[in-house]
Ligand binder design. Structure first.
Ligand code: GTP
Ligand code: MG
Length: 331
């Protein structure tokens, strides 16, 4: 069937070639769809116009979405937990991550050295914990994607510089809290239960009071600890001398609230170098699900070697696991 398009259609279609923006093109396409006679002969052209229009619309929507929120910087999680390292310019975040992991990062004595988030794996006992180095938090400037880096992390470590007095550590920490509170992120003590309030993100955190090797450190640390009271766990550390870093590693691990469990095949020894990590409170069934989704369906019982059981004890799927349990799954 011929389309029999009216002359007005061709006039309007010409404008499409010269339209500069997607919005203009969408308006012209709408006009064309209004003009085009609605019968079987024009069905293909109508469909083509609609497809063109929806492509243009979704492209402009995507553009406004990124313009509003800026490009995102998603860090793919890896290892037993992701801990974001937060702090003011020059606090020593990058140097600390370097000392904790042995991986060289950009460190310098001028502020805003780190401009992009960077994940670095930290070995702890027989697991890996992912630390994320970040650009500094400052009242002058913050990237639009920055709050999301904190939101998605499992926990955080705020690094505070004990070597400076202006601003002093108490003021710096307060300013970090305020800047992120404005983004609906509140830091809570590492061992505190997360409150659940819609629209708010509560992030467990440790405070790493860094540069404890510097002349003003003792006085600053005293004031900071007095100010924090029991609201946050604050560790005195030095990224430069490595003082306090073993304690810090242990505290990071505890903050993640995880256990390490080992899988054992009947008749064989467990591989103690390669644990599964699960949230505290996980059961035999949770472990089975982690090992393989088929296991959880077929699981009959498990045998366990560990703290809260005698060797090889038979337990059911709801048995709660402890750190370093060895599990033999029977299907
Ligand atoms: N004395 C002393 N200096 C340190 C320590 N940790 C870091 N520094 C110094 O502090 C400066 C800043 O260190 P960075 O690790 O680059 O600090 P940052 O927090 O990553 O800085 P930005 O990336 O700009 O946010 C450097 O000159 C480091 O050598 C420490 O424990 N003691
Ligand atoms: Mg840095």
């Amino acid at each position: 069937m011929p389309a029999n398009l009216p002359p007005q259609y061709f006039e309007t279609e010409k404008k499409l070639k010269t339209a500069a923006t997607a919005e203009e093109k969408i308006a012209i396409l709408e006009e064309l769809l209004a003009i085009i006679p609605k019968h079987k002969g024009t069905e293909k052209i109508q469909a083509m116009l609609k497809t063109k229009m929806s492509k243009l619309k979704s492209a402009t929507q995507k553009k406004t979405a990124t313009a509003k929120h800026g490009p995102s910087r998603k860090i793919r999680k890896s290892g037993a937990g992701q801990v974001v390292v937060v702090g003011a310019p020059n606090a020593g975040k990058s140097m600390l991550i370097q000392s904790l992991t042995g991986i060289n990062l950009q460190v310098s004595n001028y502020p805003f050295t780190t401009l992009e988030p960077l994940p670095v794996m930290m070995k702890f006992k027989n697991i890996q914990i992912q630390l994320v180095d970040t650009p500094p938090v400052s009242p002058d400037y913050m990237e639009t994607w920055y709050p999301d880096i904190i939101r998605v992390a499992d926990a955080s470590l705020i690094v505070i510089d004990l070597s400076v007095t202006q601003p002093n550590p108490v003021e710096t920490l307060q300013s970090i809290f305020d800047i992120l509170k404005a983004k609906r992120i509140e830091f809570i003590r590492d061992d505190q239960e997360r409150p659940s309030e819609i629209g708010w993100c509560y992030k467990k955190t440790l405070i790493g009071a860094n540069k404890n090797d510097s002349p003003l450190a003792a006085e600053n640390l005293d004031a900071l600890k007095k100010n924090l009271g029991s609201n946050y766990k604050c560790l005195s550390i030095s990224a430069q001398t490595s003082d306090g870093l073993e304690d810090l590693k242990n505290s990071i691990y505890s903050m993640l609230n995880i256990i390490r469990v080992y899988s054992k095949i009947p008749g064989k020894k467990a591989d103690l170098n390669d644990p599964f990590t699960l949230p505290v409170g996980s059961t035999v069934m949770d472990m089975a699900r982690t090992v393989h989704k088929d296991f959880s369906l077929k699981l009959k019982f498990a045998r366990i070697w560990g703290k809260n059981a005698y060797d090889g004890q038979r337990v059911n799927r709801n048995h709660v696991l402890e750190d370093e349990d060895i599990i033999e799954l029977h299907i």
